[in-house]
Write a protein that binds this ligand. Sequence first.
Ligand code: DP6
Length: 321
Amino acid sequence: MKCLAMAHPNIAVVKYWGKRDLPLNLPSTCSVSVTLSGFRTITSVHWGTSRDRVLMGGRPASRSVAHRVLGFLDLLDPHRPPCHVESENNFPTSAGLASSSSAFAALALAASRASGRNLSVRELSVLARRGSGSACRSIPGGFVYWRKGSLPDGSDSHAVQIAPEDHWDLRVVVAVVDPGPKSIASTAGMLHSAATSPCFPVFLEKSGQLATMAREAIATRNHVQLFHAMEESTLLMQATMTTALPPIFYSKPASLAIIRQVYEMRRDGIPCGWTMDAGPNVKIFCLPRVLEGVVARIRPHAVDVHALSPGGAARLLECSP
Ligand code: DP6
């Protein structure tokens, strides 16, 4: 069977940074995200071919990527037949733009259906999480909460929708400062921060409260409160990175110039807030009425700017025998 699925990446407003179980990708904290339209991954899985083959953007994947993808298929069936996986993104990969979130969400959906399984949203989210933690949040659309769960097998650690994508007309401006792959992958970055930063316990302690604050802000469409929770979570995550030994610096001078611009815009009465992940690119959340002004003030500092909106759930595009 061959199936094709599509998923959007998601951007965390309250961050997942740290694991309580490495092989299962169980998070140390709950997190909150927005699934984004505009950016997407499309993946096809042909279950039962002559040999395993993984293509990314039309080219054979690196050995490590192929190993990760094929290992993920083994989770569905350790005795699976050879498979052919082909994946393509319409945005830069591995640049802190959450490409692993859409990649493993699309792969979970395409592979589970191609292998003959019809999983629930919860089961799909649990499966996608095994590929990359943040991928569990790209299974539902709109505004999403990832419960960290407490069961040792991880079956209660999955994402749920807080509100659909049309609940709140927000814009997310992605300011690309450097489209190249990040210097340190997020898995390594979070493990190193958790192991060596004295700020990590503070990040953990504050995360629950920030997740509650963000969920409430989303429910009541309170942008001031959302930006507050998002910036505090990002700053605390960055504190764990920059106080790790040795420190991790994902920001570039242009990233900081953009963040300064956000505070200046706010002083000028423009409602916007910023966040970053494991990379130098900055995401600015704003209300639609100020989008043009925000883009104009960010553009001089960025190599590329994309304006995105909340997007839908991962979806199956087609299946054929
Ligand atoms: C900074 O989901 O990429 O984007 O589970 O190890 O694959 P793994 O990590 P990943 O980490 C994302 C970290 C983050 C914050 C977030 O998306 O919550």
